[in-house]
Design a protein around this ligand. Sequence first.
Ligand code: 4NP
Length: 156
Amino acid sequence: MTKILMVCLGNICRSPLADGILRSKVSREGLNVIVDSAGTSAHHTGEAPDARMRAVASERGFPLDTLRARQFSTADFSEFDVIFAMDDSNLRNILKLAKSEEDKRKVHLFLNELHPGSDRNVPDPYFGGQQGFIDVFTMVDQTTDRIIEKLKNGEY
Ligand code: 4NP
């Protein structure tokens, strides 16, 4: 069993999208994988994903309505095998909480799965318009396809 955690800032836009899409794809593929998400900030704890993100996702077959925001905690390092940060700021904030080299080795930039070594960020769509949410959807959909391939190949 592999446990994967998606992390962004608020846990209401990017990481719940990555969580919901990957959960749905692992279930479709019958893979023994647990997926969850969290935010580095506690600002939106308990909230459902942003309505704009939910609309874009559900129109494309991935309802996010049951997800609720929570804050990332140090316990997540022992709970999860792989921790994906949506951008470099999230990455830095996660690494600040790491207590060991083993903790640090679990943390990766999400888009490096699709574009290895290129250190690209999933842009924060929160303060922008609808196209930003659609662009985030496309990136997350493609990257989770790649993660599914790697899971099938036993690469995690
Ligand atoms: P997320 O987006 O990190 O993808 O969930 C954001 C959500 C809320 C805020 C910023 C980014 N905020 O400033 O409240």
